[in-house]
Design a protein around this ligand. Sequence first.
Ligand SMILES: [Zn+2]
Ligand SMILES: [Zn+2]
Length: 340
Amino acid sequence: MRALQIEREGRTRLVTVAPPEPAAGDVLLHVRTVGFCGSDLNTYRGLNPLVSYPRIPGHELAGTIEHVGAAVPAGRFRPGMQVTVVPYTACGRCTACRRGRANACRDNQTLGVQREGALTEWIAVPWEKVLDAEGLSPRELALVEPLAVGFHAVDRGRVAAGDIVVVIGCGAVGLGAIAGAARRGARVVAVDVAADKLALGRKAGASETVDSRAVGLSDRLRALTNGDGADVVIEAVGLPETFVAAVHEAAFAARVVFIGYAKAPVTFDTSQFVKKELDILGSRNATAADFVAVIEMLRDRAFPVTDAVTRVVGLDDAGAALHDWSRDPSSITRIHVDLP
Ligand SMILES: [Zn+2]
Ligand SMILES: [Zn+2]
Protein backbone atom coordinates (compact mmCIF):
# COMPACT_ATOMS: atom_id res chain seq x y z
CA MET A 1 0.00 0.00 0.00
CA ARG A 2 1.07 3.59 -0.54
CA ALA A 3 2.11 6.03 2.20
CA LEU A 4 3.69 9.45 2.55
CA GLN A 5 6.96 9.39 4.41
CA ILE A 6 8.95 12.30 5.85
CA GLU A 7 12.41 11.03 4.95
CA ARG A 8 14.31 13.66 6.84
CA GLU A 9 14.10 17.40 7.50
CA GLY A 10 12.53 19.16 4.51
CA ARG A 11 12.05 16.00 2.44
CA THR A 12 9.02 13.80 1.78
CA ARG A 13 8.44 10.90 -0.60
CA LEU A 14 5.71 8.47 -1.51
CA VAL A 15 6.63 4.95 -0.47
CA THR A 16 5.15 1.49 -0.72
CA VAL A 17 4.88 -0.30 2.62
CA ALA A 18 3.50 -3.65 3.71
CA PRO A 19 -0.19 -3.51 4.65
CA PRO A 20 -0.90 -3.92 8.38
CA GLU A 21 -1.55 -7.35 9.85
CA PRO A 22 -4.31 -6.68 12.38
CA ALA A 23 -4.24 -8.51 15.72
CA ALA A 24 -7.39 -10.19 17.06
CA GLY A 25 -8.17 -7.13 19.19
CA ASP A 26 -7.68 -4.70 16.31
CA VAL A 27 -10.05 -2.95 13.96
CA LEU A 28 -8.75 -2.55 10.41
CA LEU A 29 -9.53 0.86 8.94
CA HIS A 30 -9.55 2.11 5.40
CA VAL A 31 -8.10 5.61 5.85
CA ARG A 32 -10.32 8.25 4.25
CA THR A 33 -8.91 11.62 5.39
CA VAL A 34 -5.84 12.70 7.36
CA GLY A 35 -5.23 16.21 8.71
CA PHE A 36 -1.73 17.63 8.98
CA CYS A 37 -1.05 18.81 12.51
CA GLY A 38 1.42 21.46 13.64
CA SER A 39 3.47 18.57 15.02
CA ASP A 40 3.67 17.04 11.51
CA LEU A 41 4.82 20.43 10.20
CA ASN A 42 7.47 20.51 12.92
CA THR A 43 8.61 17.02 11.95
CA TYR A 44 8.96 18.22 8.37
CA ARG A 45 10.90 21.27 9.55
CA GLY A 46 13.23 19.24 11.76
CA LEU A 47 11.83 20.91 14.88
CA ASN A 48 10.06 17.98 16.54
CA PRO A 49 12.34 16.61 19.28
CA LEU A 50 10.08 13.56 19.80
CA VAL A 51 10.42 12.18 16.27
CA SER A 52 12.98 9.97 14.51
CA TYR A 53 13.27 9.63 10.71
CA PRO A 54 12.02 8.32 8.39
CA ARG A 55 8.48 8.68 9.68
CA ILE A 56 4.98 8.33 8.19
CA PRO A 57 3.11 11.33 9.71
CA GLY A 58 -0.55 11.73 10.59
CA HIS A 59 -2.66 11.28 13.71
CA GLU A 60 -5.84 13.20 12.83
CA LEU A 61 -7.86 10.75 10.85
CA ALA A 62 -11.16 9.62 9.49
CA GLY A 63 -11.56 5.97 8.59
CA THR A 64 -14.08 3.41 7.44
CA ILE A 65 -14.07 0.06 9.21
CA GLU A 66 -13.00 -2.70 6.85
CA HIS A 67 -12.63 -5.61 9.27
CA VAL A 68 -13.27 -6.25 12.96
CA GLY A 69 -10.93 -8.64 14.80
CA ALA A 70 -12.24 -11.81 16.46
CA ALA A 71 -11.38 -10.58 19.98
CA VAL A 72 -13.19 -7.24 19.64
CA PRO A 73 -16.34 -7.17 21.87
CA ALA A 74 -19.31 -8.15 19.72
CA GLY A 75 -21.82 -5.53 18.59
CA ARG A 76 -19.60 -2.48 18.99
CA PHE A 77 -18.26 -2.12 15.49
CA ARG A 78 -19.21 -3.33 12.06
CA PRO A 79 -17.67 -2.96 8.61
CA GLY A 80 -18.61 0.26 6.84
CA MET A 81 -18.83 2.38 10.01
CA GLN A 82 -17.28 5.86 9.96
CA VAL A 83 -14.87 6.28 12.86
CA THR A 84 -12.03 8.33 14.22
CA VAL A 85 -9.17 7.25 16.44
CA VAL A 86 -7.61 8.34 19.73
CA PRO A 87 -4.01 8.36 18.46
CA TYR A 88 -2.18 8.13 21.81
CA THR A 89 -0.97 5.16 23.85
CA ALA A 90 -0.71 4.87 27.62
CA CYS A 91 1.58 2.61 29.63
CA GLY A 92 -0.84 2.14 32.53
CA ARG A 93 1.99 2.26 35.07
CA CYS A 94 3.37 5.81 35.26
CA THR A 95 2.08 8.37 37.75
CA ALA A 96 -0.10 10.10 35.13
CA CYS A 97 -1.73 6.78 34.17
CA ARG A 98 -2.17 5.79 37.83
CA ARG A 99 -3.91 9.10 38.48
CA GLY A 100 -6.34 8.48 35.63
CA ARG A 101 -4.68 11.03 33.37
CA ALA A 102 -3.48 8.70 30.63
CA ASN A 103 -3.47 11.59 28.13
CA ALA A 104 -0.29 12.78 29.87
CA CYS A 105 1.36 9.33 29.99
CA ARG A 106 5.10 9.58 30.47
CA ASP A 107 5.63 6.95 27.78
CA ASN A 108 2.91 8.09 25.37
CA GLN A 109 3.45 7.23 21.74
CA THR A 110 1.39 9.31 19.33
CA LEU A 111 0.64 8.01 15.83
CA GLY A 112 2.98 9.66 13.34
CA VAL A 113 5.35 10.92 16.04
CA GLN A 114 6.91 8.13 18.09
CA ARG A 115 5.40 5.46 15.79
CA GLU A 116 4.25 5.25 12.17
CA GLY A 117 1.21 7.39 11.44
CA ALA A 118 -1.98 7.32 9.43
CA LEU A 119 -0.97 8.88 6.10
CA THR A 120 -1.37 5.59 4.33
CA GLU A 121 -4.19 3.51 2.88
CA TRP A 122 -4.90 1.10 5.74
CA ILE A 123 -4.26 1.14 9.44
CA ALA A 124 -4.87 -1.42 12.22
CA VAL A 125 -5.90 0.10 15.56
CA PRO A 126 -6.71 -1.53 18.95
CA TRP A 127 -10.50 -1.42 19.29
CA GLU A 128 -10.30 0.59 22.54
CA LYS A 129 -8.89 3.53 20.55
CA VAL A 130 -11.65 3.54 17.91
CA LEU A 131 -14.55 5.99 18.35
CA ASP A 132 -17.88 5.53 16.64
CA ALA A 133 -18.84 8.80 15.01
CA GLU A 134 -21.69 7.80 12.71
CA GLY A 135 -23.24 10.75 10.95
CA LEU A 136 -20.02 12.71 10.64
CA SER A 137 -18.21 13.20 7.33
CA PRO A 138 -14.50 12.35 6.87
CA ARG A 139 -13.84 16.12 6.82
CA GLU A 140 -15.45 16.47 10.27
CA LEU A 141 -13.90 13.31 11.66
CA ALA A 142 -10.35 14.37 10.82
CA LEU A 143 -10.90 17.57 12.82
CA VAL A 144 -11.96 15.78 16.00
CA GLU A 145 -8.46 15.30 17.45
CA PRO A 146 -7.13 18.88 17.20
CA LEU A 147 -10.45 20.28 18.47
CA ALA A 148 -10.37 17.77 21.34
CA VAL A 149 -6.92 19.08 22.35
CA GLY A 150 -8.52 22.53 22.63
CA PHE A 151 -11.48 21.12 24.59
CA HIS A 152 -9.03 19.50 26.99
CA ALA A 153 -7.41 22.86 27.73
CA VAL A 154 -10.86 24.27 28.53
CA ASP A 155 -11.38 21.42 30.95
CA ARG A 156 -7.97 21.96 32.55
CA GLY A 157 -8.85 25.64 32.99
CA ARG A 158 -12.16 24.68 34.71
CA VAL A 159 -13.95 27.13 32.42
CA ALA A 160 -17.46 27.91 33.66
CA ALA A 161 -20.41 29.99 32.46
CA GLY A 162 -19.72 33.70 32.83
CA ASP A 163 -15.92 33.39 32.74
CA ILE A 164 -14.03 35.71 30.44
CA VAL A 165 -11.70 33.41 28.52
CA VAL A 166 -8.90 34.72 26.32
CA VAL A 167 -7.62 32.25 23.73
CA ILE A 168 -4.31 33.23 22.16
CA GLY A 169 -3.98 31.60 18.74
CA CYS A 170 -6.74 30.66 16.29
CA GLY A 171 -5.20 27.56 14.74
CA ALA A 172 -7.24 24.35 14.84
CA VAL A 173 -6.38 23.70 18.51
CA GLY A 174 -7.12 27.30 19.52
CA LEU A 175 -10.44 27.10 17.63
CA GLY A 176 -11.24 23.99 19.65
CA ALA A 177 -10.56 25.93 22.86
CA ILE A 178 -12.75 28.81 21.67
CA ALA A 179 -15.61 26.48 20.75
CA GLY A 180 -15.27 24.46 23.96
CA ALA A 181 -15.26 27.56 26.19
CA ALA A 182 -18.20 29.11 24.33
CA ARG A 183 -20.18 25.86 24.74
CA ARG A 184 -19.68 26.16 28.50
CA GLY A 185 -21.22 29.64 28.45
CA ALA A 186 -17.99 31.62 28.76
CA ARG A 187 -17.44 34.96 27.04
CA VAL A 188 -14.54 34.24 24.70
CA VAL A 189 -12.00 36.72 23.34
CA ALA A 190 -9.93 35.34 20.45
CA VAL A 191 -6.42 36.72 19.81
CA ASP A 192 -4.40 36.24 16.64
CA VAL A 193 -2.33 38.23 14.15
CA ALA A 194 -4.32 37.40 11.00
CA ALA A 195 -7.74 38.84 10.17
CA ASP A 196 -9.02 35.67 8.48
CA LYS A 197 -8.10 33.56 11.52
CA LEU A 198 -9.90 36.01 13.80
CA ALA A 199 -12.97 35.75 11.57
CA LEU A 200 -12.78 31.97 12.04
CA GLY A 201 -12.45 32.49 15.80
CA ARG A 202 -15.71 34.42 15.74
CA LYS A 203 -17.43 31.65 13.79
CA ALA A 204 -16.14 29.13 16.33
CA GLY A 205 -17.75 31.05 19.20
CA ALA A 206 -15.65 34.10 20.17
CA SER A 207 -17.73 37.19 20.91
CA GLU A 208 -14.73 39.51 20.64
CA THR A 209 -11.46 39.38 18.73
CA VAL A 210 -8.16 41.20 19.09
CA ASP A 211 -5.60 41.54 16.30
CA SER A 212 -2.52 41.80 18.49
CA ARG A 213 -0.49 43.14 15.57
CA ALA A 214 -2.86 46.06 15.04
CA VAL A 215 -3.62 47.11 18.64
CA GLY A 216 -1.92 46.86 22.02
CA LEU A 217 -3.11 43.51 23.35
CA SER A 218 -2.93 44.52 26.99
CA ASP A 219 -4.82 47.81 26.58
CA ARG A 220 -7.52 46.15 24.50
CA LEU A 221 -8.01 43.28 26.96
CA ARG A 222 -8.12 45.65 29.93
CA ALA A 223 -10.80 47.64 28.13
CA LEU A 224 -12.81 44.46 27.48
CA THR A 225 -12.55 43.27 31.10
CA ASN A 226 -13.17 46.45 33.13
CA GLY A 227 -9.48 46.60 33.86
CA ASP A 228 -9.43 43.17 35.53
CA GLY A 229 -7.81 40.89 32.95
CA ALA A 230 -9.10 37.45 31.97
CA ASP A 231 -10.47 34.74 34.29
CA VAL A 232 -8.80 32.13 32.09
CA VAL A 233 -6.09 32.57 29.47
CA ILE A 234 -5.39 29.68 27.09
CA GLU A 235 -2.12 29.83 25.16
CA ALA A 236 -2.32 27.91 21.85
CA VAL A 237 0.62 29.30 19.89
CA GLY A 238 3.87 28.19 21.54
CA LEU A 239 5.99 31.33 21.24
CA PRO A 240 7.91 32.75 24.21
CA GLU A 241 6.07 36.08 23.89
CA THR A 242 2.63 34.44 23.94
CA PHE A 243 3.60 32.41 27.01
CA VAL A 244 4.58 35.64 28.75
CA ALA A 245 1.48 37.49 27.52
CA ALA A 246 -0.76 34.72 28.89
CA VAL A 247 0.54 35.34 32.42
CA HIS A 248 0.43 39.09 31.99
CA GLU A 249 -3.17 39.18 30.75
CA ALA A 250 -4.52 36.90 33.50
CA ALA A 251 -6.59 38.52 36.26
CA PHE A 252 -5.76 38.12 39.94
CA ALA A 253 -6.69 34.57 41.07
CA ALA A 254 -7.05 33.47 37.42
CA ARG A 255 -6.10 30.28 35.59
CA VAL A 256 -3.50 30.11 32.80
CA VAL A 257 -3.43 27.07 30.51
CA PHE A 258 -0.50 26.30 28.22
CA ILE A 259 -1.03 24.04 25.18
CA GLY A 260 1.71 25.27 22.85
CA TYR A 261 5.23 23.92 22.86
CA ALA A 262 7.76 26.75 23.04
CA LYS A 263 10.85 26.02 20.96
CA ALA A 264 13.07 28.07 23.27
CA PRO A 265 13.31 28.68 27.01
CA VAL A 266 10.94 31.38 28.26
CA THR A 267 11.77 34.08 30.82
CA PHE A 268 9.00 34.99 33.29
CA ASP A 269 8.55 37.62 35.97
CA THR A 270 7.56 34.97 38.51
CA SER A 271 6.35 37.57 41.02
CA GLN A 272 3.16 37.64 38.92
CA PHE A 273 2.55 33.94 39.62
CA VAL A 274 2.69 34.66 43.34
CA LYS A 275 1.11 38.08 43.53
CA LYS A 276 -1.87 37.06 41.41
CA GLU A 277 -1.96 33.56 42.95
CA LEU A 278 -2.33 32.09 39.47
CA ASP A 279 -3.13 28.50 38.67
CA ILE A 280 -0.61 27.70 35.92
CA LEU A 281 -1.68 24.56 34.09
CA GLY A 282 -0.18 22.46 31.33
CA SER A 283 -2.55 20.74 28.94
CA ARG A 284 -1.44 17.75 26.92
CA ASN A 285 -3.31 15.79 24.24
CA ALA A 286 -6.94 14.98 25.14
CA THR A 287 -9.04 12.41 26.96
CA ALA A 288 -11.63 10.11 25.38
CA ALA A 289 -14.29 12.32 27.04
CA ASP A 290 -12.91 15.34 25.19
CA PHE A 291 -13.14 13.42 21.90
CA VAL A 292 -16.75 12.47 22.60
CA ALA A 293 -17.65 16.07 23.50
CA VAL A 294 -16.20 17.28 20.18
CA ILE A 295 -18.08 14.60 18.25
CA GLU A 296 -21.29 15.83 19.90
CA MET A 297 -20.51 19.42 18.94
CA LEU A 298 -19.86 18.40 15.33
CA ARG A 299 -23.11 16.42 15.27
CA ASP A 300 -24.84 19.67 16.32
CA ARG A 301 -23.18 21.30 13.29
CA ALA A 302 -21.92 23.96 15.73
CA PHE A 303 -18.44 24.42 14.26
CA PRO A 304 -17.29 26.05 10.98
CA VAL A 305 -15.75 22.86 9.55
CA THR A 306 -15.53 24.01 5.93
CA ASP A 307 -13.80 27.28 6.80
CA ALA A 308 -11.30 25.56 9.12
CA VAL A 309 -10.01 23.28 6.36
CA THR A 310 -7.92 25.58 4.20
CA ARG A 311 -6.80 23.09 1.59
CA VAL A 312 -7.68 19.57 0.46
CA VAL A 313 -5.21 17.46 -1.53
CA GLY A 314 -4.73 13.84 -2.59
CA LEU A 315 -1.88 11.63 -1.43
CA ASP A 316 0.21 12.51 -4.50
CA ASP A 317 0.19 16.20 -3.55
CA ALA A 318 0.48 15.79 0.22
CA GLY A 319 4.25 16.35 0.31
CA ALA A 320 3.96 19.54 -1.76
CA ALA A 321 1.18 20.81 0.50
CA LEU A 322 3.38 20.27 3.55
CA HIS A 323 6.16 22.16 1.80
CA ASP A 324 3.82 25.10 1.03
CA TRP A 325 2.61 25.15 4.63
CA SER A 326 6.18 25.29 5.87
CA ARG A 327 6.90 28.28 3.62
CA ASP A 328 3.85 30.23 4.78
CA PRO A 329 2.57 28.79 8.10
CA SER A 330 0.08 31.56 8.88
CA SER A 331 -1.84 31.04 5.64
CA ILE A 332 -3.13 27.60 6.67
CA THR A 333 -5.46 26.43 9.43
CA ARG A 334 -5.67 22.81 8.30
CA ILE A 335 -4.61 20.78 5.28
CA HIS A 336 -6.60 17.60 4.72
CA VAL A 337 -5.32 14.73 2.62
CA ASP A 338 -8.15 12.71 1.09
CA LEU A 339 -7.33 9.12 0.17
CA PRO A 340 -9.15 7.22 -2.53
ZN1 LIG B 1 -2.85 17.01 16.08
ZN1 LIG C 1 1.69 6.00 31.55
